[in-house]
Design a protein around this ligand. Structure first.
Ligand SMILES: [Zn+2]
Length: 490
């Protein structure tokens, strides 16, 4: 009986806390302000916030100004809230031709440069079946261009070929070859589609290593054109021109609020979202060519702003970390850089509460990717239900593998529990693809009443986690459970 009374007391205590937190959320989350933020971030003036672009820099300036205005503190390392992120942008070659004994092949139409830069090279070719390590050791390839078939004849998936190409390149380099040409022919990804995927300008983190320029080419082998073109001992000429690399800095925006509990404040709850998008591109049927990224991810960016406004008004027991990432759309680059260069030791970040939004098609729910994967599940559900929404996850579209496709995974892979909170998506259907990475992802088509509810649910969830008694952790058996144990030395 006594136990029951204590349990009841504890429960009502918990409810009282939640009520207090809800009041604070209702007081600080402003519909007018959230709408204004969204309108600005998704405006045509920011030109779709591509990395790098003037529009993205203006967005960054706006965001750090908001954090400063709310009273978020900068880290001493980043006194102006900007964490510089070193990038390099690779511009694809403007011209390229490979001339053999009978034929001349053109870049993109016939071949793709996977690695390498401008050159003008004439020399001999060596034809090998697959250029396996063994084949390369046995043949005399020094100073020559190796020609082989992509893959090794076992796994016929393009993904496997691509992974193997990285190894072949190293083996060929070790054997002293001048470069490697792999002949490509796959029904899985036809050549024109492959060109679309793999050619084009690329933004990468500049990790300060020497450029890996060992010449690597994939060449279309449609109708065995490539196979017929080369024989060992042939002399070929390869000319590549007009590619270049430019270095630049982007910015993650970083700040914190100290927690109110003398012990728990050494743990941080990270509120994170990417603020970049994909910029300007092909026009849609209306002629609009600005990919505004209202849902993706002005909406997520504003979750962090609203959390910051709330937590500077009254901190939770745990401290709060705010990070807005650059270059998510280039391959999660801003968050990858952050977790390797965090101003806080990663084991002080107890939880990452990310928000990313490809779109929405259900305004009665909030979707948490990874909802049942951490011990914060109950609190997430409680916060969402408090505002009359239904909690959901990606059960209907697990094949999209969303957990591992946004910035939360940069934290998760280090062991930090990191779900991603998003607008209601009950299926990955036409409603989503209509706006996902399209010019139609506009501010004007956002449902503000729904978003007002959505933001309050997010901020309340953040508060509940910031005040949670137990430290949140992965559910046992999760893919990242062991990484978490190692990080926190549990
Ligand atoms: Zn996104």
């Amino acid at each position: 009986m006594k136990k029951v009374i204590i349990a009841a007391l504890m429960m009502s205590c918990g409810v009282a806390w939640a009520q207090k937190d809800k009041k604070l959320v209702d007081k600080t989350v402003s519909k007018q302000r959230m709408e204004a933020h969204l309108k600005f971030l998704a405006s045509d003036a920011l030109r779709g916030r591509d990395t790098p672009s003037q529009g993205l820099e203006v967005a960054a300036e706006y965001l750090r100004t908001q954090l400063e205005y709310y009273g978020v503190k900068p880290f001493p390392e980043y006194p102006d809230y900007f964490q510089p992120v070193p990038f390099k942008k690779y511009y694809k070659p403007e011209r390229g031709a490979l001339t053999g004994t009978a034929d001349t092949f053109q870049i993109e139409k016939d071949f793709l440069l996977l690695k390498g830069s401008n050159l003008n090279w004439t020399g001999e070719v060596v034809v090998l079946p697959y250029a396996t390590q063994e084949e390369l050791e046995e043949a005399d390839v020094a100073g020559k261009l190796v020609v082989c078939t992509a893959g090794d004849g076992t796994d016929e998936s393009v993904r496997a070929w691509y992974a193997l190409a990285k190894e072949k390149r190293l083996w060929a380099q070790d054997a002293g070859a001048a470069g490697i040409i792999e002949l490509y022919q796959s029904p899985q990804i036809p050549w024109p589609l492959l060109v679309k995927y793999l050619s084009g300008d690329k933004v990468m983190l500049d990790e300060g290593e020497d450029e890996d320029e060992f010449l690597t080419i994939w060449m279309s082998n449609a109708e065995r054109k490539g196979s017929k073109a080369f024989s060992t001992g042939d002399t070929v000429t390869l000319e590549i021109a007009g590619s270049k690399v430019e270095k630049f800095n982007g910015h993650n925006i970083v700040g914190y609020v100290e927690g109110s509990d003398s012990e728990l404040k050494s743990q941080y709850v990270a509120f994170t979202a990417h603020y970049d998008h994909v910029g300007v591109g092909a026009p849609d049927s209306t002629g609009d060519n600005i990919y505004n990224g209202a849902r993706d991810n002005a909406v997520g960016t504003v979750t962090v702003l609203e959390a910051a406004k709330n937590l500077t008004t009254k901190p939770t027991k745990r401290s709060s970390l705010f990070v807005l990432f650059t270059a998510e759309e280039k391959g999660l680059l801003g968050s990858k850089y952050f977790v390797d260069n965090s101003p806080l030791p990663l084991n002080e970040i107890a939880f990452c509460f990310n928000s990313d939004n490809g779109g929405y098609n259900n305004t009665s729910m909030a979707t948490v990717i990874g909802l049942d994967r951490t011990t914060a599940e109950d609190l997430l559900i409680k916060a969402i239900e408090t505002y009359g929404l239904t909690p959901g996850d990606d059960a209907n579209y697990k094949d999209q593998n969303l957990f591992d496709r946004s910035d939360n995974v940069s934290f998760a892979s280090k062991g930090i529990p990191a779900p991603s909170f998003g607008m209601g998506v009950d299926a990955f259907d036409e409603d989503i693809t209509r706006t996902y990475h399209q010019p139609a992802d506009e501010f004007e088509t956002l449902d503000m009443d729904y978003l007002y509810t959505f933001y309050r649910a997010y901020v309340l969830a953040g508060r509940l986690i910031g005040n949670m008694k137990e430290t949140p952790f992965w559910v046992e058996g999760d893919k990242y459970y062991e990484a978490g144990k190692a990080l926190y030395e549990k």
